[in-house]
Structure formats: structure tokens, C-alpha cells
Design a protein around this ligand. Structure first.
Ligand code: AMP
Length: 305
């Protein structure tokens, strides 16, 4: 049974201090699906694009065993567009444009064969749409949700409804503070758990990620890199790697959750090595496993008296 992913598919204009790219493949669902595809196929994709969405991007997804029965291609609409500009501190980005286009009137329809999926990844998209997808699922076992400031500020009520039905929320540090109005991340995590998700992951960009599961707090480093080309999609690639690994192993124990966080971090590191989705297009699972081992070495130390 496939892993169900819903989110945006878009065309991005991205500039960093080093380069820029226009009309690049982007969107939360795109990054999640490509990243998850290295763990377990097929990925069942629910999303929408307009007539202007290039055929080559459809083929790329298909080549990664992404099932597109749930992708609507709307004749009279344009694809979702986003533009962002990164500062020298690549953790800081300005959103220059968010054009919802086809997303504005999108009514997600989950195909019959997707409805029995046990693993669901609700990528960053309007929480109203995340709810519509959940309503069509038969009995999902594990629901992972991602979101961003745009929706926390614009659709908080709907987002809170999604959180009540979510097992894991993946969110970055500034979004956690925005959602809870609590500056301390440990306190913020407690507040978010009361909103619904029993497991929480707070991403801290180049400072790694924190997992809060049961009574455990686990800290994963970020991969030390000399050159980050394009941070776009790092969070979504993390979500794809995390959920894809759990879907592959079917083990939801806190110990395995730690491994999933490291696989998520590994996929995020591949993503930022190249512009747009390029870093996720031609990977091999062996390279993913090698990077997982690099992560292990990064934080291993001896027990001393
Ligand atoms: P990330 O860098 O992980 O935040 O993801 C960046 C991707 O999210 C880009 O490819 C955008 O197309 C997409 N994106 C940007 N804004 C939104 C939004 N408000 N809702 C959903 N997806 C978005």
C-alpha cells in the first residue's frame, strides 16, 4: 500500500546570494514525494496543477514511482507559483510572491485505491485541504503534518482542527514560536502536544532537529556542509525522508523514530546541495545509507567515568 502525500506542486523563482533560477519545479508535495520515493514506493500523490505545468516534471515524478492518479491538471488554471529570496544567512528568506492560482478552488479527490493507505503525509498546503483529504481516508494509522507561517497566520482555526487528528507535527523553530506564542522551544513543544500531535519535530535549519516523542527528547545534528546552494524544500525533503522511512519499516517505536529523523535530515542535506529538486533527482539508496552513517559518526562519543 502506498504512502499518501498531499501538498503543493508549483513553479518557483528562487534567488540566493550565489545564483538564481526561474520556473523551477517546486512545491511541498513535489519535494516530499521525491524524497520519500527513495524509501518505499509507490507514493500516492494528491495535488493540483494548471495547464502550464511542464510535461517533463510529470515524467520526472513518474520515473520516481509517484502515482499521479490523484493529480488534477486543470485546463483553465495556472499552476501555484512561489518566489523567494535568501539572504547571506541562508536561514533568512523573504517570500516575494505566493500565487495560489489552481490551488484557490482546488477540491482534492482521493482516488479509491489511495483511501486505504495507512501512512499519510499532509504536506504544507491550506489546512482546509488537508482536512478534506483526511475526511476521505478510511482508517489511517499514522498521520504526519507539515505547515508554515502563511497558514498559521491565515488559517489558524483550520490548522488546529488538523492538529487534533495528527500523530506527528513537523514545524520549524520560528513557526513553533508563532503557533504557541511561546519563545522557549521546550515549553512550546509541550503546548503543541496539547493541541493534538503526540509526537513533534522542531527543525532548526543548520542547527539540526529536535524530536519530542513520549518522554524522549532527541537531538539530531544537521549535516555539516561547506556549500548550500538552495535551502528551498529542505523541510519538505525532511518530511519525505522521515515518513518514507517509517512507511518502509512499519515500526513506530520512539527508537525507530530517531532513525527516521536522521534519514529525514539526510534527505534535507541532499536537497540543499543543488538548486530546486535537482539534489533529489538522481540519488541512490546506497548514498542515502552512507550519509546516515556519517550522521551516526557526527554525534557518537565514548562513555567516560
Ligand atoms: P520549504 O523550503 O520546505 O518551506 O518549501 C519550499 C516549497 O514550498 C517551495 O517549493 C514552494 O513552492 C512551496 N511553498 C511556498 N509557500 C507555500 C505555501 N504557502 N503553501 C504551500 N507550499 C508553499
Amino acid at each position: 500500500m502506498g504512502l499518501l502525500v498531499v501538498g503543493t506542486l508549483g513553479l518557483d523563482n528562487v534567488s540566493t546570494p550565489f545564483d538564481k533560477i526561474e520556473n523551477a519545479l517546486g512545491g511541498s508535495a513535489t519535494y516530499i514525494a521525491l524524497s520519500a520515493s527513495y524509501f518505499s514506493g509507490p507514493v500516492y500523490l494528491v495535488g493540483v496543477v494548471g495547464k502550464d505545468f511542464p510535461e517533463k516534471y510529470i515524467r520526472l515524478l513518474e520515473q520516481h514511482d509517484v502515482d499521479l492518479e490523484g493529480l488534477q491538471i486543470l485546463e483553465n488554471e495556472k499552476t501555484f507559483r512561489w518566489a523567494g529570496k535568501y539572504h547571506y544567512d541562508l536561514n533568512v528568506r523573504d517570500t516575494l510572491l505566493t500565487e495560489l492560482n489552481a490551488l484557490e478552488n482546488f477540491d482534492p479527490i482521493v482516488p479509491e485505491k489511495y483511501r486505504k493507505s495507512k501512512f499519510v503525509c499532509l504536506g504544507n498546503i491550506d489546512p482546509t485541504l488537508q482536512l478534506k483529504v483526511l475526511d476521505q481516508m478510511e482508517s489511517p494509522r499514522f498521520i504526519v503534518c507539515d505547515t508554515m507561517n502563511y497558514w498559521i497566520e491565515g488559517k489558524k482555526e483550520e490548522l488546529l482542527q488538523v492538529l487534533q487528528r495528527t500523530n506527528v507535527l513537523i514545524i520549524n523553530d520560528s513557526e513553533a514560536r508563532l503557533l504557541t506564542k511561546e519563545p522557549n522551544l521546550i515549553k512550546s513543544a509541550k503546548v503543541i502536544k496539547e493541541m493534538g500531535p503526540e509526537i513533534l519535530i522542531i527543525k532548526k535549519g543548520e542547527h539540526g532537529a529536535l524530536l519530542f516523542a513520549d518522554d524522549i527528547i532527541f537531538s539530531a545534528p544537521a549535516y555539516p556542509m561547506e556549500m548550500i546552494y538552495d535551502p528551498t524544500g529542505a523541510g519538505d525533503s525532511f518530511a519525505g525522508g522521515f515518513t518514507g522511512y517509517l512507511h518502509k519499516t512499519q515500526d513506530l517505536s520512539p527508537e525507530n523514530m530517531k532513525c527516521a529523523v536522521v534519514y529525514g535530515s539526510a534527505m534535507a542535506s541532499f536537497c540543499v546541495e543543488k538548486f530546486s529538486t535537482k539534489g533529489l533527482e538522481e540519488l541512490e539508496y546506497l548514498r542515502v545509507q552512507d550519509r546516515y552513517r556519517d550522521f551516526q559518526k557526527l554525534s557518537q562519543f565514548d562513555e567516560k567515568e
